[in-house]
Design a protein around this ligand. Sequence first.
Ligand SMILES: Nc1ncnc2c1ncn2[C@@H]1O[C@H](COP(=O)(O)OP(=O)(O)O)[C@@H](O)[C@H]1O
Ligand SMILES: [Mg+2]
Length: 217
Amino acid sequence: MLVARNVTKNYSNLPVLKGVDISVSKGEIVTIVGSSGAGKSTLLHILGTLDAPSGGEIFINDVQTSHLQGDALADFRNRHIGFIFQFHHLLPEFSALENVCIPGFIAGTRKSEVRERAIYLLETLGLKDRMEHRPTQLSGGEQQRVAVARALINKPDVVMADEPTGNLDSQNAKELHQLFLQLRDQLGQTFIIVTHNEELATLSDRQLVMKDGRIVA
Ligand SMILES: Nc1ncnc2c1ncn2[C@@H]1O[C@H](COP(=O)(O)OP(=O)(O)O)[C@@H](O)[C@H]1O
Ligand SMILES: [Mg+2]
């Protein structure tokens, strides 16, 4: 469902990605590991259309994303890609439920339908009794599960996560890993996850190792 060919990225004259090829199938959990500065976040941002490559091509379900611009690009990203970051980036003045609904409202889906799906996702993620809480009233693990629900609200083709357990203790990290596996098995959800967590990398379907702007294994 995702194909990237010969993706390069330069910042000024500094080459950060030096020709990356990736293909990811539906329902696959692919992890990207590698030392700090290898280019993992840069690659994930480019695959997620948050940043543009200097060269190469990227297709998500046959749409060449580098050909999209402006509103069309923002709309594509909103509908087809979910994001989870190391820090949850939930909006503090909104409840968990509202945070999950917002990308659905932006997509223009009927409000009642968005709300229903948000409730279903929060229940599935074990947050039935936390829906009306604000982010500061939730634990770190709960906040990150709300961020997962938000990433899933528009039924994205792929969820991209950058160090999603980097800020969690080992028990909460374990639970989040199990959740990713459950979402793959139950919904056929595709994930591309940058991680330093060996356990998550081992649990995933495929591990890519990045070094110095290239995938080396
Ligand atoms: N916006 C930027 N401008 C200049 N250099 C950048 C920028 N973003 C990342 N880099 C550089 O690109 C390299 C890869 O960074 P990054 O993708 O964040 O690595 P990783 O996520 O693997 O730690 C680093 O050398 C970093 O300093
Ligand atoms: Mg990074």
